[in-house]
Ligand binder design. Structure first.
Ligand code: F6P
Length: 492
């Protein structure tokens, strides 16, 4: 069983003379102004949820975009701030982007291009030359910041996600001694889908600058190998899961990401949870109710309208549950400058209003939708007080809400309704599996979850808890670090 401590000893023993650098677009701690005050928030990001505990135990430097309104006020002259603010364990190096760079690189190429390209959620990707040019320039900016941090040292650079597909080559051009790994937190689509990208060759070439490329599941690795095999000049070795291009070898492997199971379980036992539970019951009028819960970034890939449609059909087909079941959906606003995100946000509000108009009586409301930023305390209290949690993504690399819910259920109870189109559904086979596109079946799954006998709930939850406890975030990091250690450090 991997723990914080065993990961720490692995790093101490094997990596002590290496600098460990994580680089991502999203930063783990965002400083913002609230009136006169400065506040530090933890973003709604599966990537951050997974990597922050790893950095807390490894130490090192995390290079990321400084996106908060008070970020510049809280760093030193090198753009450094020690985090977490209440118990500093590692250094955050912020990279500054202009509004124009952010618009074209982040909103444009990354999130209007690559995001819909990689998620099969039937949203058309948009590719603009100026967005691509900004993407290249911003990748170079991140690479330069990483090189500055490395100085002359030996380093492992661990690159996160689709925003930074080009930086491994940019880093290695100037410092060939670095060992780089990249983890792609979103799905990799099949070759047919990917080949519409006008800059597919550059992206594949960039990614193949890495020594190691990680995806959540083997299916995404296979799609990637097939995309390379049929798309560019390279030798693909399907036996060893390797790609050779221009004398360089990249290992492609699946590493299912996870959460800090023991920390979540510990946090869920603290007394503050009880007070928060009481507050939430009061706020949403949940006394005596069977509670269903969903927590997502508001994104068209998460299947939130499909979930609300299923709830609507459930009440229509099962009027005996009207007045007895309440569904609470919390949503973190996300990428709101992109038209599809504005639309999905409005659609969710409209649907909740319509469902409530249709069924609400007296004090009872079938659906509560709360939007904004929600801290760990609220999330964990909601996980604990709910009978069932719904994750209904149309397509999702992994989905860590499902694993957080399981880790939070220290009482061994609760039912997870989980989309078949998430990476997590490969591991959490004791969830009630749904196809979010099949509204009637989805509504029946809600009924199944509600009516599942307690012994059955507990049996399934025990098995899922065992899986998440074993395949925790420290195991994920240890597996990647162990792979990296196989790459010999080559002096020039
Ligand atoms: O997990 C995929 C991902 O795109 C992360 O890289 C990102 O931090 C998270 O989703 C949330 O999105 P954003 O950073 O755009 O708010």
């Amino acid at each position: 069983m991997w723990t914080k401590e065993t990961l720490q000893s692995l790093i101490k023993e094997k990596m002590s003379d290496y600098l460990f650098i994580v680089v991502s677009n999203r930063e783990p701690y965002i400083h913002t102004y609230e009136g006169e005050e400065t506040k530090c928030i933890f973003p709604a990001s599966g990537m951050v949820t997974a990597l922050d505990p790893v950095m807390k135990s490894c130490g090192g430097v995390w290079v990321a975009h400084g996106s908060g309104s008070a970020d510049r006020e809280t760093v030193d002259e090198k753009g450094h701030v020690r985090v977490p603010p209440e118990d500093p364990r590692y250094t955050l190096r912020r990279v500054w982007l202009s509004k124009e760079e952010e618009n074209k690189y982040y909103y444009g190429f990354s999130n209007e291009g690559l995001w819909p390209l990689c998620h099969i959620a039937y949203t058309r990707p948009v590719f603009r030359r100026e967005d691509w040019e900004a993407y290249v320039a911003v990748n170079q900016k991140f690479a330069d910041a990483v090189l500055e941090e490395i100085g002359g040292r030996k380093a492992f650079v661990f690159i996160q996600d689709y925003h930074l597909a080009l930086i491994s080559r940019m880093i290695k051009e100037k410092n060939p001694n670095c060992i780089t790994a990249q983890f792609w937190h979103i799905p990799w689509p099949n070759r047919e889908a990917f080949r519409v990208c006008p800059w597919q060759d550059d992206i594949l070439h960039g990614m193949l600058g890495n020594d190691l490329l990680g995806f959540h599941i083997q299916y995404h690795c296979n799609n990637f190998l097939d995309t390379v095999d049929r798309g560019i000049e390279a030798k693909v070795d399907y036996e060893r899961f390797q790609v050779m291009r221009g004398g360089k070898t990249t290992l492609v492997k699946a590493f299912p990401i996870s959460v800090d199971y023991s920390d979540i379980a510990e946090q869920c036992g603290r007394p503050a949870i009880e007070a928060e539970t009481k507050r939430l019951i009061k706020e949403y009028d949940l006394r005596g109710q069977i509670v269903g819960f969903g927590a997502d970034r508001i994104d068209y890939t998460k299947g939130i309208p499909d979930r609300l449609r299923a709830i609507d059909i459930f009440f229509e087909k099962n009027p005996q549950y009207q007045g007895k079941v309440s569904f609470v959906q919390i949503g973190a606003l996300s990428r709101i400058h992109i038209p599809q995100y504005k639309e999905i946000n409005d659609e969710i509000t409209r649907m909740a209003v319509d469902i409530n108009y249709k069924y609400a009586t007296g004090h009872w409301k079938p659906v509560h939708v709360a939007k904004g930023h929600f801290g760990r305390l609220t999330l964990e209290a909601m996980y604990k007080l709910s009978r069932f949690c719904v994750v209904s993504s149309l397509h999702d690399g992994m989905n860590l809400v499902s694993k957080e819910f399981v880790a939070a259920r220290t009482d061994g109870d609760g039912v997870l309704i989980l989309s078949r189109f998430t990476g997590a559904s490969r591991e959490l086979t004791d969830a009630v599996a749904v196809n979010p596109y099949a509204a009637d079946d989805f509504a029946d799954a809600v009924k199944t979850a509600i009516e599942m006998p307690p012994e059955e709930r507990q049996k399934r939850m025990a098995r899922m808890r065992e899986t998440v406890a074993r395949n925790n975030i420290y195991r994920w990091a240890a597996k990647i670090i162990s792979e990296l250690l196989k790459f010999e450090f080559k002096e020039i």
